[in-house]
Design a protein around this ligand. Structure first.
Ligand SMILES: [Zn+2]
Length: 249
C-alpha cells in the first residue's frame, strides 16, 4: 500500500525534529524524507555548514523517526485488532477492562494528547469570549460547576494535531473528520460559520462538564481510550453529548 512520504525538519543545530509537509522546510532546516513504503530515509535540504554536525543530526533524526514509525505501526495494529474483532458488547467489556497493549498505547500517547489539549485550551482562554447570559443559563442547566471560566473562541479553522501519531489516530477514528467545534477543558473552539448555533454550544458544554467531573487529565485519557475502542461516533462521551445537546431548548 502506498502512503505519502513525510518530511521531518529541524532547524540547523537543534535536536528536536518537527513534522512538516513535503516542501515546507525552510532553507536553513535540515530535512529528512521518510518513504513509508520502504521505510527508507533520505537526507535532503540545504548542505550543512559542518558535516560532523549534519551526521549527528541525521543519526538523531533517524532514531526519532524509527520510534515514530514503530509507534504508528503499533497504533495501526491495535486499532485493527479492535475494529475487526469486536462487537458492541465486547467493546463495553474491553472498555471496562482494557488489554495491556491498549493501556500501553494510550499511556504512550497521553503526554502528547495532554500537550495538545492544554495548548488549545490556553489559546481559547486567551482569545475567546465569556458566555453571554443565554449561554450561562444553558451552561447551568447542563450542570457546569464553573460556567464563568468557559471561553468561546470563534475561529475560521479548527485545530488539528501536528504530531503524526495523534493525527493518524484522529483520522482513523473519525475524530478528525469535519467538525464544527472542539472543546479543550474550559476552552471551546467553534467555527465562525456556526456562531449562533446553540445546539453546538450545548454539545460542547457537556464536554466541559465531563472534564469538570473527571478532571481534565482523566477525561483526556478516557477519551483516547474510547476513541481506540469505539471510534468517535460511538464513544460514550460523544453519545452523552449528542443525547443531551437538544434537551435544554
Ligand atoms: Zn463532542
Amino acid at each position: 500500500m502506498h502512503r505519502p512520504q513525510q518530511t521531518w525538519c529541524t532547524p540547523f543545530g537543534s535536536g528536536s525534529p518537527k513534522v512538516l509537509g513535503a516542501g515546507s522546510c525552510l532553507a536553513d532546516d535540515l530535512c529528512i524524507v521518510l518513504q513509508h513504503s520502504t521505510n527508507a530515509f533520505f537526507a535532503v535540504g540545504r548542505p550543512p555548514r559542518q558535516k560532523a554536525n549534519m551526521l549527528g543530526l541525521v543519526k538523531a533524526l533517524k532514531q526519532s523517526m524509527t520510534s515514530l514509525v514503530l509507534n504508528q505501526s503499533r497504533l495501526y495494529a491495535v486499532l485493527l485488532s479492535i475494529t475487526t474483532l469486536l462487537g458492541c458488547a465486547n467493546r463495553n467489556e474491553m472498555y471496562a477492562s482494557p488489554p495491556d497493549e491498549l493501556i500501553q498505547q494510550v499511556s504512550a500517547l497521553l503526554p502528547l494528547a495532554e500537550e495538545y489539549v492544554l495548548s488549545n485550551e490556553k489559546e481559547a482562554l486567551e482569545n475567546g469570549i465569556p458566555l453571554n447570559s443565554y449561554q450561562l443559563v444553558i451552561a447551568r442547566k447542563i450542570g457546569l460547576k464553573n460556567p464563568e471560566k468557559v471561553r468561546i473562541y470563534y475561529v475560521n479553522q479548527l485545530p488539528f494535531p501536528s504530531d503524526p501519531t495523534l493525527a493518524a489516530l484522529a483520522m482513523k477514528t473519525g475524530y478528525g473528520s469535519p467538525k464544527t467545534a472542539y472543546t479543550f477543558g474550559y476552552g471551546v473552539w467553534i467555527l465562525s460559520s456556526a456562531k449562533g448555533d446553540q445546539v453546538v454550544v450545548a454539545h460542547e458544554f457537556v464536554h466541559v462538564r465531563q472534564a469538570e467531573e473527571m478532571g481534565l487529565s482523566e477525561q483526556i485519557k478516557q477519551y483516547l481510550m474510547q476513541l481506540f475502542i469505539y471510534g468517535y461516533d460511538q464513544a460514550p462521551m460523544e453519545i452523552e453529548a449528542y443525547s443531551e445537546e437538544k434537551k435544554y431548548f
